[in-house]
Design a protein around this ligand. Sequence first.
Ligand code: ADP
Ligand code: MG
Length: 360
Amino acid sequence: MTLLLSHYYCRHMADRYSTNSSALIVARSPGRVNLIGDHTDYMGGMVLPMAIDRYTTLTAHQFDTSLHLLSDNQPEPLDARLPIVDPSSTTPAWGRYVTGVAHQMQVARGFWGSVSTTLPLGGGLSSSAALELSTALMLHSVNDLPIPTALELAQLCRRAEHVATGVPCGIMDQLTCAAGVEGHALLIDCYSMLVSPIQIPHDVHVYVQFVAHRQLASSAYAERVAQCNRAEVEIGPLRLAEVGSVRNISDELLRRRALHVVGENERVRRATMALALQDMTTFGQLMNESHFSLRDNFEVSTSQMDAAVETARAIPGVFGARMTGGGFGGCIVIVADATANLQHLQGVMHVKPVGGAEIL
Ligand code: ADP
Ligand code: MG
């Protein structure tokens, strides 16, 4: 009943709105896949992701004092009045990513429109960051605000996700989707926020295989962040630590968590060098090692993801494969040469590195 009413309301408002002459604006953000460096961003570490040619597209008109948004992927529309006071209580829940951004920006004018995406939702390819960035660009546009830098946009959207969902995510997703560079991966130092584009050789192909929707991700994610913070109390910033000092951590569990973060930062540095030198054998080995560490030290993989990674690695022409993103389901990433035949893998997508979020 609520659903029917809200659809009726939207249609009614759409009719009313169709008389408004303000311009139609299209804001679009890519998703991202992380090649290597997971669970390092929130500790100020190193990551090597790329923005991908799968997009979230928000099409809207300016609409005074409220936000009205239909999503192709959700049954219930978002209908919220500005200013947003508490985005964490927005219903339907998907609208929190949108009201979270409006709350951060404290804008007077909203929009009326719809959103669609070619990204899987909850698949580890940052559909949430893509929705936040499209929203942020749209709100800047309808409020006649100058578009800020990619880093400013990403920081705004990261804060929005924290407030709206309570998940203490790092900057990687938002910054990659905002700052993507065509044909390049991005080496991001999540402490200095320096972004260095690294060219991906033309004959290197990146694939993503969707394995399963994520389960229990937000609580387990927050628990991992807390464990890393406890490890830092013992040995100082993990981004500066060496593997030797990790051995001084007395608690066995915290030691393994810290070992992952410290080792992963080092693997990202070495993988970046390998990519720049087009040494894809070394790059693939580092991807494989990253997966083992996420599985054994950080315990964020699943048996399905482990099996998918094993299968992919056995295919001739594959350099390496690993789970990607926060874990507990989602996608794996596979890097291969042009001869690798991955067509038979269920849910596999060939993805290309693209530029960041923009108003079209
Ligand atoms: P990921 O970012 O890896 O896709 P998250 O759990 O962080 O996974 O975010 C997924 C959530 O973001 C969805 O469950 C939904 O609430 C919201 N979302 C993302 N894209 C859209 C969209 N196009 N329409 C509606 N909700 C969306
Ligand atoms: Mg997300």
